[in-house]
Write a protein that binds this ligand. Sequence first.
Ligand code: ATP
Ligand code: MN
Length: 534
Amino acid sequence: MSEIIGSPSKYGLDNHSLSNSGTVYWGLRAPALVELISQRGEGQLSEYGAVVVETGDHTGRAPNDKFIVREGASSDQIWWGEVNREFEPAAFELLHSQVLDYLNERELFVQDAAAGASERYRAPIRVVSENAWHALFARNLFLRLPEAEAASQIPKYTILHAPNFKADPEIHGTNSEVFIVVNFERGIILIGGSRYAGEIKKSIFTVMNYELPLQGVLSMHCSANQSESGEVALFFGLSGTGKTTLSSDPARDLIGDDEHGWSDEGVFNFEGGCYAKTIRLSPEYEPIIWNATEKFGTVLENVIMDHVSREIDFDDGKLTQNTRAAYPLEAVEKRVPSGMGGHPNNVFFLTADAFGVLPPISRLSPDQAMYYFLSGYTSKLAGTEKGLGDEPQATFSACFGEPFLPLHPSKYAELLGERIAKHKSAVWLVNTGWTGGTFGVGERINLPFTRAMVTSALDGSLAEVPTRTDEIFGIEVPVRCSGVPDEVLDPQATWADKEAYVTQAKSLAASFGENFAKYEEYVTGSVVAAGPAK
Ligand code: ATP
Ligand code: MN
């Protein structure tokens, strides 16, 4: 029998067919984990006591290596295809047993936690990892439970995390050495071949995106915050569009950073922490995130540090542009401790348009909201995924989170449409990307301008301003906004070459149309008509 250090659960590891002989570190908090990370050489302390770790080859998610086991009743629900690749039950058995054998030969770190601040929709989860730092990541990111609760819950989903176990595609039926295999029927997630911690977090997001819509609750890839009087705002957007940045607002209380549910009672965070991008982080523009990176126990992933002075250099992207800080919500002073809020008054769709043609803020009608939600447009630059070059690319990712959707996008869109109609939420499209020209010619819009636009939308002043209808996109663009020069609000005015603007905007409009064809059968004609001019 193995030695257990910490507070073991009544629900033992034998329930997972684990019978390892090494030490099991169970439910450890940050101080003990930090010491173990240091002793085991997994990472080093920064001058402020954050833990700096490196992930090696894989510094972003690996969407092509994610699979769903085709098994049981869940297989009828799943939206099979590029996003949800099938994995055969027999292949799962083999990989599962080899991952168990692998973990049985190692010291293990177990964290019992939960996803979903609303008790009614909470999923008990367990993470079993070979690394102390991944246990600290899981502890920072997921909901931390009182010790007695953690010790008595039975996990609905268990992640078996073996980042140093490399799969062999020939033997295991994977695409590469990396695998994220989700088995909904058995509540097991196998992760291997990659140390990138985002895989842990986003695999739980995937299961929440499966569980909740089946219970009539919308799950969303968005951040959320609220005003002191409790008015809630949501910020949807793909990676790098500003969910974390814009929800970290010194004037508002943070509900959550990245994943939320919207039930009949209101919105709730799935998580207990934040996973913020830190490349070129500045204390001036992003003070909340900056402060969190100086907290003891924060995990700094692939961030560059001087190993002698232990000073951090957030400007150095030599390992990746996708450097990250993972910290518990307690690192954010202004937050909503319950993780729950009311129905949103304002919903922002964030897009980082690298072509520089979408207005920096515009108001969407309910039909336009459905259209832009299903489209999920942004541009991808070198970022959180493997295999992206330096050139921008238009990407459409349904519901601003396609890689994490086990069900067809129309399921989520339907739930969103019902909710924004019922609660009369205002929907805004915010371009946090380029202005004055495409990527390379123009520049990224000033963060203080974007914040000023969001603030004016939130305080109601933007709704009072006259608008113009954008000729190509058909969306309503405010002509003034406090704290923002007028010409910034009109993208064409920021381009030196006005004709080039029209060409570029029409080309993007055409891409929208091509992409939307696959959703036309799922929506009303008025939603199809709400798209950009053809
Ligand atoms: P992920 O889903 O990967 O966590 P995210 O949507 O949370 O992504 P952020 O972490 O907020 O994205 O990243 C936005 C990045 O863009 C930050 O590094 C921020 O400093 C930078 N940025 C630059 N200009 C702007 C702007 N105008 N608005 C928002 N973010 C901006
Ligand atoms: Mn984020």
